[in-house]
Design a protein around this ligand. Structure first.
Ligand code: SF4
Ligand code: SF4
Length: 153
């Protein structure tokens, strides 16, 4: 997705690889669910996210569409996105926790990291320094994402 922002204003002006340490750990979020509550139309799903949702919820893409996935157009490409319920992410429960935490989308796993693309098939991570009020400590990016076979992913 193309964003018309100054990289130096939204980041610490550094980029990272998955083996790097960076200050992004929120210590388990400690009851906060701010980014899930204000997720309106921002949780974009990649093919692996859709596969994980479909596989774990035992629903076809068609069955998920309109129920908690809608389609939007990003940079000319039709893209699935998580829908909202009661002004928050569809999967944020009454206790303020994520109902699909173990298979939450990559976008949620990353936050407050972002990705900056260097070419069509290569990207780096960066810290979105103004997006999370609870960043506490450094962690290896690979551990933060906690995705098996991250290279393949
Ligand atoms: S805003 Fe930060 S601390 Fe709060 S839920 Fe999101 S990532 Fe966790
Ligand atoms: S899927 Fe889970 S982690 Fe992601 S925005 Fe929704 S409630 Fe939050």
């Amino acid at each position: 997705m193309k964003r018309n922002v100054d990289f130096t204003e939204i980041s610490d002006n550094k980029t990272y690889s998955s083996g790097d340490m960076c200050k992004v750990s929120t210590g388990g979020c400690a009851g906060c669910h701010e980014c899930c509550a204000f997720s309106d139309g921002t949780i974009f799903l990649d093919p692996y996210d859709v596969y994980e949702l479909s596989h774990n919820l035992n629903l076809s893409f068609k069955e998920m569409l309109g129920r908690f996935i809608s389609l939007t157009v990003v940079d000319g490409v039709v893209t699935p996105v998580l829908m909202q319920k009661d002004n928050a992410c569809f999967f944020l429960n009454k206790e303020g926790r994520c109902d699909i935490h173990s298979f939450r989308p990559g976008y949620c796993r990353m936050f407050p990291l972002g990705r900056i693309w260097e070419s069509e098939d290569s990207f780096k991570y960066f810290v979105q320094v103004h997006e999370c009020p609870n960043i506490q400590s450094k962690i290896k990016i690979k551990s933060w994402l906690n995705i098996e076979n991250i290279k393949d992913y």
